[in-house]
Write a new protein. Sequence first.
Length: 201
Amino acid sequence: MWYEYPIPADFDKQKEIIRALRKWIQQLENEGFIEGFAFSHYYSDQRDPKEPDELRVRFQYSDEQNRDRIELALESEVKNLLPTYDKQVRPWVSDTTEDHVLQAQEFGSRCAFFAWEQIENGRFPESYFSQASILKTQRGVVAKRIPLEFQTLFSHALINSLGIPKNPDERAILIRNLMDSTNSQTKQDLIDWLQKKWIDL
């Protein structure tokens, strides 16, 4: 069974915490204490403002008897960076959630850990993973070109390298992700958002 540990923090602190936990989490898996791990960032500018800003760390335990020990260690690790942290725990997702949904979350988290390993090894500069949003200046709109290109192309490279066809699968993935990120419930919602918000890159 999976368990989730919400850690209240702003987005920058969330990133700092999960990167600090990476080697500890990987060690837990290497030593057989957990079978899987995942994490997600939640913050108000991307989701419903009523949702708290928090990092959600998730573990699938290989043996429930290890849970208390690992939860105490997690609390200690997080308190090194967030002294006010008070451990919370809850089951992650209901019995109705299909395995492929959990596995997709886990795979994404494993990819993030691999990326940070490559940064730490000097293979890729950390600037590739910096904010790549459009910047508005007094003279107009300027894109942070290199991070934007890198992030766009690594998404395509992952899909392509796994042998997932560009058409129709990759196209459908990108449209679905865009609908999710814009809170569009229907195709018309997405069209309306594009007409009102789209900035030509």
